[in-house]
Design a protein around this ligand. Sequence first.
Ligand SMILES: *[C@@H]1O[C@H](CO)[C@@H](O)[C@H](O)[C@H]1NC(C)=O
Ligand SMILES: *[C@@H]1O[C@H](CO)[C@@H](O)[C@H](O)[C@H]1NC(C)=O
Ligand SMILES: *[C@@H]1O[C@H](CO)[C@@H](O)[C@H](O)[C@H]1NC(C)=O
Ligand SMILES: *[C@@H]1O[C@H](CO)[C@@H](O)[C@H](O)[C@H]1NC(C)=O
Ligand SMILES: *[C@@H]1O[C@H](CO)[C@@H](O)[C@H](O)[C@H]1NC(C)=O
Length: 437
Amino acid sequence: MKILSCYLNSIASKCIFLAAIALFIRAIFLATFSSSFGASSEENDAVFIHNRSLSLSNESPIRNDKFLEVPQIVWGLNNQKIAFARSCLTARFLNRTLLMPSLSASLFYKEIDLLEPISFDKVFKFDSFNSICNGFVQLGKYSDLMNRTEVFEMPKGSGRRWTKERDLDQLEQHKKDPIDEHQVIRIVGKNPFLWHDHWPVKDYAKVFECLVLVDEIMAEADKVVSRIKEIGAEESFKLESGKNSLNPNTFPYIAVHMRVEKDWMIHCKNLERKLNITQICGSKKEIMERGGNIVGLEKQSPTVVYLAVADKLLEDSSILSGWKENLIPFEKKKLGVDGVYKKYPYLIQSAIDYEVCLRADVFVGNSFSTFSSLLVLDRTQKMLRLGFTSFCEAKDVTWPSYAYNVLGESKGPKKWMTNMSDSSLRAVSYGSKDISC
Ligand SMILES: *[C@@H]1O[C@H](CO)[C@@H](O)[C@H](O)[C@H]1NC(C)=O
Ligand SMILES: *[C@@H]1O[C@H](CO)[C@@H](O)[C@H](O)[C@H]1NC(C)=O
Ligand SMILES: *[C@@H]1O[C@H](CO)[C@@H](O)[C@H](O)[C@H]1NC(C)=O
Ligand SMILES: *[C@@H]1O[C@H](CO)[C@@H](O)[C@H](O)[C@H]1NC(C)=O
Ligand SMILES: *[C@@H]1O[C@H](CO)[C@@H](O)[C@H](O)[C@H]1NC(C)=O
C-alpha cells in the first residue's frame, strides 16, 4: 500500500528517489562490512559446522572389543578437552576404544568430592563424535563391555624419574600380549592432562574437530550470538540515524577473552618473574588500547565487542569503559544474557562462552591462556578449511585472531595463528609468547 500511495501521490518521484538512496546506502554499508571481515560469518558457520568430515576413511579401524578406561577428567574446560584428547590418542596408540570418561562440571579441583562428575555425552554429542572421528579414535560405552572382570590396571608413574621415554615404553609394553589380551586396560593415577604427551598438534586438532556440543548447549550459544548481533544492528541504526531493515545476522562482532581476574594476575606475575619476560599478563588498559588498534577495524563503526570474562568480574564495570569510541563493549550482564549462563554449572558456562568466541569475526585473547590457545587452534582450522594458508602475511582473512599480551603491528595486538605442524601441544597447554605470526 505504501508503494502504491507513492505512485498516486504528487511527490511520487521524491518517494522513489528516497527509497533508491536508502537501498544504495544499505548496499554500500553491507559491502563495507563484509569485505573487511571477509565473507559473512553466517556463510562460514555453515562451512564450519556442516563440513567437518576429516577424510579419515582410509584409516584402518580401531578395535571395538578392547577398551581403555581413564580417570575422571578435571579442571577448566580446555584442560579437560586436552586431557580428553590425550586419552583418545592414548587409546588410539593401544588400538583400543576409549570408554566414555567422566568430565567435571565444577572447577573445585582441590576438593575431590566437589568435582561433580558429568558424563561426556551431557556436553558433547556421542554419536557425532564417533562418526566424525571414525577410523581415527573411537568412544565406547560401559554397556559395551561383555565381561567387566577382565581389567588390567596400568599405573602411570610420577616424579622426575618418570620420563617421556619411560612413559612411551610403558605404552609399548601394553600393546603386546599378555597385557593386550585383557578386554579393559584401566589407567590409574594422575589426571590425563598431566600425562606425558607423545602426539603432534595435528592429532589433537583432529580430536577437537569431533567435539560437537549437544543441541541444548548449542542453542544457548545461538541465543547469545543472536543477542550480540542484534545489539550490533541496534547500535548501527542509532549511529546511521535509524535506517532499518538491516539483517542482524550480518553484523560482525569481536570477542575479547580478558584475563584480568585477581588469581590470574597473581599467577601471571609470578610466571613473568620466573620466565623473565613481561609479555604474559596484559593489563586492562593494554587490552583496550591494542584492541582498538587492530588494523582494518577503523572501517567498522561501530563494532560490538563481546567481553568473555569470568563471572566474578561481572560486577567490575571498569572493563566497560576506556574503549575506543567505535568499539562498544558488552559483557553477559549488559547484553542481558547472564540468565542463560546462570542456569548451568561452570563447565557448560565455559562451553557456551567458547562457542561464542569461536564464532566471533575477530578474536582477541591471551597467548598464555589455554582457553584462548584452543580457540585459536580451532579458528586456525576454520581458516585453513576456507583456503587461507597464511594469516601472517595476508591482509584480509576470515577468522583472524590476535594475542593482546604481545605487541603487533600499528600498536595493535599481535596476529596469532596456531602452527599446525608443531610436534607437541606444549605451547598450547603451557602458553607461549612465540605465537606463529
Ligand atoms: C567439504 O570439504 C570437502 C573436502 O575439503 C570439499 O571437497 C567439499 O566440497 C566441502 N563441502 C562443502 C559443502 O563445502
Ligand atoms: C587395529 O586393529 C585392527 C583389528 O585388528 C586392525 O585392522 C588395525 O589395522 C589396527 N590399527 C592399528 C593402527 O594398528
Ligand atoms: C569373565 O571373565 C572371567 C575371567 O577371564 C571368566 O572366568 C568368566 O567366565 C567370564 N564371564 C563371562 C560371562 O564371560
Ligand atoms: C632478564 O631479561 C633481561 C632483558 O631481556 C636481561 O637483561 C636480564 O639479565 C635477565 N635477567 C635474568 C635474571 O635472567
Ligand atoms: C612450525 O613448527 C615446525 C615444527 O616444529 C617448525 O619447523 C616451523 O618453523 C614452525 N613454523 C612457524 C611459522 O613457526
